[in-house]
Design a protein around this ligand. Structure first.
Ligand code: ADE
Length: 242
C-alpha cells in the first residue's frame, strides 16, 4: 500500500485540505492530530507539524516510523528570497538546506555534521509530479494572480530552512549573499528532508510565496496565509496526486 503523508506547519495551510479527506479517522500521537483517510483515491495521512525544525522532524519521524508513510509531501508558505520570486509564486524544492546550521570550523558551514551533506535531496519523480500539479493549480487560481497584479510563476530550486522568521531586508540580503541560489526561506522543509534521507523516504516540498522576507514580511505573511494558502495548497495536492 502506498500511503502519502501530507504535512504543513500551520492550521491555515491545511484548513482546506482536511475536509477533503474521505472517511477521515483522527488519531492523536505526540501532541499531534493525524488524519487518516483517502484523497482522490489515494491513501493519505495529513498532519500539522507545528512550526520549526524540531517540530517538523518529530512529525516526519512519526509519519514514517508509526504511520508507515511511503512518501511525504510538505506544503505551506515561504518567504521569497531569490530574484524574481514574488508573492503568489510557487516554489518546488529540488534540494533543501538548513541555513542556520553552522558547526564551522569543524565542519563546513551548513553541513549537517556526520552526514556529509548540506543540501538534502528530494525525490525527483514525485517532485516532478508536484510541479506539474502546481502549474495546473496556478492555472486554476489565475484570479489570485490577477489580484496580486502579476502572473504567478512556478520556480524549482533550493529552499532553505531555519528556526527564524526572516522579517528584515538586511537578513534576507545576508541569506542571498551566503546562499546565492536559494529561492525561498521557511522553517521546516530541510529538517523533514534530513529525516526522509535517514529513512530513505521519498520527499517533495512545495511552498507558495507569502512575503519577500523583508521589512513588511509579517503583514504580507498574515494576509496571504488567511486568504490564499489553504485553497492553493488543496488545489496543488489534488492536481499532484492526480
Ligand atoms: N514562512 C513564510 N514566510 C517566511 C519568512 N519570511 N521567514 C521564514 N519562514 C517563512
Amino acid at each position: 500500500m502506498t500511503r502519502t503523508a501530507l504535512i504543513a506547519a500551520m492550521q491555515e495551510e491545511l484548513a482546506a485540505l482536511l475536509p477533503a479527506i474521505d472517511g477521515a479517522r483522527i488519531e492523536h500521537r505526540g501532541g499531534r492530530a493525524f488524519w487518516l483517510g483517502r484523497l482522490g483515491g489515494h491513501e493519505v495521512v495529513a498532519v500539522r507539524s507545528g512550526i520549526g525544525k524540531v517540530a517538523a522532524a518529530i512529525t516526519a519521524t512519526l509519519l514514517i516510523d508509526h504511520y508507515e508513510a511511503s512518501r511525504m509531501l510538505f506544503l505551506g508558505v515561504a518567504g521569497g528570497i531569490g530574484a524574481g520570486v514574488q508573492v503568489g509564486d510557487v516554489v518546488v524544492a529540488d534540494a533543501l538546506l538548513q541555513h542556520d546550521m553552522d558547526a564551522s570550523p569543524i565542519f563546513p558551514r551548513h553541513e549537517v555534521p556526520l552526514t556529509g551533506l548540506a543540501r538534502f535531496p528530494v525525490d525527483a519523480p514525485f517532485s516532478d509530479a508536484v510541479a506539474r500539479g502546481a502549474e495546473a493549480a496556478l492555472g486554476q487560481h489565475a484570479d489570485t494572480a490577477a489580484l496580486l497584479g502579476h502572473g504567478s510563476r512556478l520556480h524549482r530550486g533550493l529552499i532553505v530552512s531555519g528556526d527564524r522568521f526572516v522579517s528584515t531586508a538586511a537578513e534576507s540580503q545576508a541569506l542571498r549573499e551566503a546562499l546565492p541560489d536559494a529561492l525561498a526561506v521557511e522553517m521546516e522543509g530541510a529538517a523533514v528532508a534530513q529525516v526522509c534521507h535517514s529513512f530513505g523516504t521519498p520527499l517533495a516540498v512545495v511552498r507558495s510565496i507569502s512575503d519577500r522576507a523583508d521589512d513588511t514580511a509579517h503583514v504580507d505573511f498574515g494576509l496571504f496565509l488567511n486568504k490564499v494558502a489553504g485553497p492553493l495548497g488543496l488545489a496543488i495536492v489534488q492536481q499532484a496526486l492526480g
